[in-house]
Design a protein around this ligand. Structure first.
Ligand code: ZN
Length: 436
């Protein structure tokens, strides 16, 4: 990769690898023995579904990013609207509000599209689609899971993000079955770690170690566990596992980030950044503590982005397995400053802003940037916070589940969900509540 000697341009996109030609070959696998023997075939250019949506329709996508199905409901007459629109189809009222819908419905008609016009769909044809009459009163066009029944059968419709990060509707059979996730449609929409190679930063922390264990249990082909020092006890615990390799990585040291990217950057399918510096202290914000927090929480993400994002983006359509996702463990304090952890909140707000840039850069290649907003973790820096606090193991499990379900914004615990609801309701009111 060519990252040095180019001081200008976008922070993420200054390097030429974002525009690699189709003839560029990936480096041969070095650490992940599970793929030994795979020839380094040329990487196809990624294609994504059509990106354009009207502004009014983005309310649907915003809910789908959290795994929710939302539709506009008229506050005057209660009519549910689909697709999104400016005024009510029944009474012409402008008072339309996005509300969550259950998604139960009946298939009216179905077909199989074998020769789609759009390139993305053509490369993945055939697609089973159909009309579904939802119990809430609207008829929608949805992609149909292979196990959905014939017309007049009952289905569950849910909202998901497609590879372009836009909300779409997917109809599923009424009941789950164990092989459901193997359906071609759901695999295309999922960012599952199963069969993929994953890099976890700061894997020696309780969250990092739980993340590695959870990925192994979810069937990851290989996990690189980034550790800052070989003296870390975690290195020994990883040594006994054939599918986990401890690798030197300290996000505050650019040479370790660059060296690791040079070694495995062309093989990482999912990157999970759990690196976090969190100190506590009373009184006014302390510049030294703030600098240390920014160094890990903000600049650490920036360094990782510059080192790993170009190659991952170039591998959005790689075969047999492609790069699919980048996970940032942020904090719900990124939304609104919590003065008890004031400079930490500020560093996470900065990281959130940077993550939004990263998301915009990765989206055209079909890569999902997943932002995770936990409430207080059950760890030492949050010792003085009252319960409930989220345990590292539970957070790791939620992150894997979010990858499997294709979720983009994750609020994994009750505190996070409550703060988020209050922030959505009125950010200024939440600020006053938190700052006293
Ligand atoms: Zn109405």
């Amino acid at each position: 990769m060519c990252r040095r000697g180019d001081p200008g341009g976008s922070v993420i996109m200054r390097a030429s690898p974002f525009h690699r030609s189709a003839s560029v070959k990936q480096p041969a696998p070095q650490d992940a023995g599970s793929r030994a023997g795979d020839a380094p075939d040329p990487t196809p250019q990624p294609t994504v579904p059509p990106l354009a949506r009207s502004r009014i329709g983005l309310g649907f996508t915003a809910a789908a990013a959290e795994g929710r199905l939302a539709m506009q409901v008229c506050q005057e007459c209660g009519t549910v609207q689909y697709p999104a629109r400016e005024i009510c189809t029944a009474c012409l009222s402008e008072a339309l509000e996005w509300r969550e819908q259950a998604g139960a419905g009946t298939i009216l008609a179905s077909t199989v599209v074998r020769r789609p016009y759009e390139l993305y769909f053509r490369e993945r044809a055939p697609w089973r689609t159909g009309l579904v009459r939802l119990d809430c009163g609207v008829t929608v066009v949805a992609f149909l899971h292979g196990a959905c029944p014939e017309p007049q059968g009952r289905v569950r419709v849910r909202a998901q993000l497609d590879r372009a990060g836009q909300g779409i509707l997917v109809a599923l059979p009424e009941k789950d079955d164990p092989d459901m996730a193997d359906d071609a449609l759901l695999r295309e929409l999922s960012n599952t770690p199963k069969g993929r190679r994953v890099l976890v930063t700061d894997a020696a922390t309780p969250l990092g170690a739980a993340m590695v264990a959870e990925l192994v249990s979810a069937g990851a082909a290989h996990v690189w566990a980034g550790v800052a020092s070989e003296k870390d006890g975690a290195v020994e615990s990883f040594a006994g596992s054939g599918s986990v390799t401890a690798v030197p990585l300290d996000v505050t040291k650019p040479d370790t980030v660059d060296a690791l990217a040079g070694r495995i950057g062309g093989e990482v399918d999912i990157l999970i950044n759990t690196a976090e510096y969190h100190d506590t202290g009373s009184g006014l914000p302390d510049p030294a503590r703030a600098a240390a927090e920014m160094e890990t929480n903000y600049f650490g993400l920036l360094r990782l982005s510059q080192a790993f994002a170009p190659a991952m983006r170039a591998r959005g359509a790689d075969t047999p397995v492609n790069a699919v996702a980048w996970v940032n463990v942020l904090s719900v304090f990124a939304l609104s400053n919590y003065p008890a952890h004031g400079t930490f909140s500020a560093s996470k707000a900065a990281a959130l802003s940077l993550a939004q840039t990263l998301r915009a850069e990765m989206r055209p290649a079909g890569l999902r940037v997943v932002n995770v907003f936990p409430g207080p973790l059950d760890d030492l820096p949050n010792q003085l916070e009252l319960p409930p606090k989220i345990a590292p193991g539970k957070l790791a499990k939620s992150i894997v589940s979010a990858l499997e379900k294709g979720i983009e914004d994750l609020y994994p615990d009750p505190i996070a969900r409550e703060w988020y609801a209050r922030w959505r309701s009125d950010p200024k009111v939440l600020e006053r509540e938190l700052t006293g």
